[in-house]
Design a protein around this ligand. Structure first.
Ligand SMILES: O=C(O)C[C@@H](Cc1ccccc1)[C@H](O)SCc1ccccc1
Ligand code: NI
Length: 188
């Protein structure tokens, strides 16, 4: 199972490189790793398992974060009801060779800023990102998929796509005015 020791250090070069496209048919080992990445996210969101294995909670994980130079990431984002009980996943997907094919001009940013499983510290500031994105990708079987996302779901997927391009969330923070949204950015 994947635990925090599988995450490469923040300064590891792979986190600053463009990941390589996945070739189809995907080899079995990479497929198993992708499934293990998804399981890591599920484990990290289960308080007992997370505590037992000292996992930091995550809703997304990209292959370069665990030292694998391939364009693949998993997102497991659960929806909750008013009582805070899990209902069903908003996104439960493994994205292979993802590409943003269109995006809105308007931007959103999480008002509390972002974190990252590869960055074991707080980095203050908002991370403006397009409010809506359309992403084309393959699933593990090689099927072409297209998904339209907005707001928080768009933020998560863009954060992961950044990892495949060697970009970390704090690259987007304006160090002069870290908490000041531009006129085209809405805080969410
Ligand atoms: O490091 C990663 O790629 C996983 C990040 C993705 C992420 C960061 C900021 C905003 C949205 C997604 C982790 O999920 S950050 C920790 C976290 C955990 C639960 C909910 C939200 C963020
Ligand atoms: Ni991250």
């Amino acid at each position: 199972m994947i635990t925090m020791k599988d995450f490469v250090p923040e300064k590891e070069p792979i986190l600053r490189e463009q990941a390589r496209p996945v070739e189809f048919p995907i080899n079995e080992e990479l497929k198993e790793t992708a499934v293990a990445m998804r399981q890591f996210l599920i484990n990290s969101q289960d308080s007992e398992t997370a505590e037992k294995y000292n996992l930091r909670p995550g809703v997304g994980v990209a292959a370069p974060q665990i030292g694998i130079d391939q364009q693949i990431f998993a997102v497991y984002l659960m929806d909750y009801d008013e009582e805070g009980n899990e209902t069903e996943p908003l996104i439960d997907e493994i994205f292979v060779n993802p590409k943003i094919i269109s995006h809105a001009v308007q931007k959103v940013a999480l008002k509390e800023g972002e974190g990252c499983l590869s960055v074991p510290r707080e980095v203050p500031g908002i991370v403006p990102r397009p409010k809506r994105v359309t992403v084309k990708y393959n699933d593990l079987e090689g099927n072409e998929k297209k998904i339209r996302l907005r707001d928080y779901e768009a933020v998560v997927v863009q954060h992961e796509i950044d990892h495949l391009k060697g970009i970390l969330f704090y690259d987007h923070i304006d160090e002069k005015t870290p908490w000041e949204p531009d006129e085209d950015t809405t805080l969410i």
